[in-house]
Design a protein around this ligand. Structure first.
Ligand code: 8YV
Length: 323
């Protein structure tokens, strides 16, 4: 039997490259001289896509009539139109679960760096300033603080557990309350008003675009700290830069940006912003686990007709296919 053909629009990690090469015919589109010609020529064979960040919309899906599954690397899949895929009978999978702890660790690290100015203090030492005097005391402490989690899912809960070990009280805002002991706020504005630290964990995409705006930042207040390890699109970056420059909030720690790898220039100049280059899940073990789940989703689909971790938008389609 011939092996299924998997389209790979862009480069992926080694686990995905070796795992897919073992079981599938892989089209490495980024290496093609004329990608459009390759797509047109191979469209009828391509039944799967393995992707790690390439935008996939309805128009792209229409070019691949034989496509059945898109296996996406990462828990966030905002670059993939999963509704358009479901309408075309195409399942989308992501890689939930295997990165929760890593991203939660990054969130707490970023919070410590931001509240206690750790990266700034290190720069102070390396600049040779210590002999001139001790690094200034930080205004913020994590002691006795409250964290508001915007988007309490699996990663949010992993962050909450860690924050509780720091003695931080937890509150959250989701569309609906969950069966958890944390304080629920029905609106983001109420949450921002009530807490000292606003932790963004909500998925990206149109629905959550610029949810954290000037009004929310004002509600967070002059001692407030904003942390974002989710998607840059959730924050109005111009409003954030303005809020940091005018001390409307105290500081921000960001691992994600609206136009990665470009960073809003106003943020780069602000001393009260800690900026990381989207390293939330970026360890070799975790990225390998994510890569393995991409491969396992494809194998499970082609071997048994059952994707392992379909996204929510694919749920009805999966139910229908499984009778
Ligand atoms: C990765 C992420 O950086 O899982 C996600 O949604 O943002 C990160 O784990 C990203 O998937 C890399 O492509």
């Amino acid at each position: 039997m011939s092996r299924p053909t998997v389209l790979m629009p862009g480069p992926m990690n080694e686990t995905v490259l070796t795992g897919t090469a073992e079981h599938f015919d892989v089209i490495r589109l980024w290496e093609a001289d004329d990608p459009d010609a390759v797509l047109a020529e191979r469209a009828k064979d391509i039944t799967a896509i393995a992707t790690g960040g390439t935008a996939i919309d309805g128009a792209f899906l229409d070019r691949l009539p034989a496509l059945r599954i898109v296996a996406s690397f990462g828990v966030g899949y905002d670059k993939i139109d999963a509704v358009a895929a479901a309408e075309r009978g195409v399942i989308v999978t992501n890689t939930p679960g295997v990165l929760d702890d890593e991203v939660a660790d990054t969130a707490l690290g970023l919070l410590l760096m931001t509240a206690r100015e750790l990266s700034r203090a290190e720069r102070y030492l390396r600049a040779g300033s210590w002999p001139d005097g001790a690094y200034p005391l930080t205004k913020a402490t994590l002691n006795g603080r409250t964290m508001g989690i915007l988007g309490l899912g699996r990663i949010g809960e992993a962050i909450a557990h860690r924050a509780q070990a720091f003695g931080i009280d937890i509150a959250y805002h989701n569309r609906h309350p969950k069966n958890v002991a944390y304080t629920y706020y029905p609106t983001l504005l109420e949450l921002a008003t009530a807490v000292d630290i606003l932790m963004i964990v909500i998925p990206g995409g149109e629905e959550t675009r610029h949810l954290v705006n000037a009004e929310v930042l004002k509600a967070l207040g002059p001692d407030g700290i904003l942390i974002n390890i989710a998607r840059g699109t959730v924050v109005d970056e111009a409003a954030l830069a303005e809020a940091l420059a005018t001390n409307t909030i105290l500081s921000a720690g960001l691992d994600v940006f609206e136009h990665e790898p470009q960073v809003h220039p106003a943020l780069l100049d602000l001393p009260n912003a800690v900026l990381l280059p989207h390293v939330g899940s970026a360890t070799i073990p975790t990225r390998n686990a994510m890569g393995q789940l991409v491969v396992d989703n494809l194998r499970s689909w082609f071997d048994n007709g059952v994707p392992l971790t379909p996204v929510q938008e694919s749920a009805d389609l999966v139910r229908k296919l499984n009778g």
